[in-house]
Design a protein around this ligand. Structure first.
Ligand code: GLN
Length: 190
């Protein structure tokens, strides 16, 4: 199995390290040529979604990525990655890939004081120590979306068909179970 990690901006290295610990091969995607048919799935890391969305377009990666996700390629978006996947942003006029049937609020915990840890109860995984950094949350989830975790009544992890998304950063903890869960869904599809 080989997973592509978008490495245009943000916390991509930590995803690579998490997958390597699980014995999964990875490729960093920076250019159109790196995004190839060989990949079994992709990760959209945390960072700054507006910058990432623009860079994806500038590099000619945006349309092929959207098409691949719509065609069923497994994708895992964390934080800014969730924002890129969202079908609607409630406090931003942009919609990026728009493939996931969720409405997302950016910087939902406040711009500056938005970093915290919380113990979540996560479907399929159990108790999970989550790190949030200027995080979004999912304000509402539509048809086909399975809610995986909530924090104080707000949805912070969800999946829909081939898409998995978290508002927090599983790559910033030593707990590999969410990456493992993603890899298992990729394997199940192969
Ligand atoms: N606040 C960022 C955004 O709106 C996301 C933060 C993150 O990825 N840690 O793009």
């Amino acid at each position: 199995m080989e997973i592509g990690i978008f490495a245009l901006q943000g916390a991509f290295l930590e995803h690579r390290q998490a997958l390597e610990k699980l014995g999964v091969e990875t490729t960093e995607i920076r250019k159109r040529a790196h995004f190839c048919d060989r990949l079994d799935g992709v990760i959209l890391p945390g960072g700054e979604s507006t910058v990432q969305g623009k860079l994806l377009k500038d590099e000619g990666l945006f349309a092929p990525l959207k098409e691949a996700i719509e065609g069923g390629m497994p994708v895992f978006g964390t934080c800014a990655g969730l924002i890129l996947l969202a079908g609607k942003l409630t406090n931003d006029e942009n919609v990026w890939l728009g493939t996931m049937n969720v409405s997302v609020k950016r910087n939902a915990y406040g711009r500056q004081l938005g970093s915290f840890r919380a113990d979540l109860e996560t479907a399929h995984i159990g108790a999970y120590p989550a790190v949030f950094i200027r995080a979004p949350y999912i304000e509402s989830a539509g048809k086909g979306v399975e809610v995986l975790a909530e924090h104080e009544g707000k949805i912070v992890a969800a999946r829909q068909a081939n898409m998995l998304a978290t508002a927090f950063h599983p790559e910033l903890t030593s707990d590999l179970r969410i990456h493992e869960y993603f890899c298992n869904t990729v394997c199940a599809k192969k």
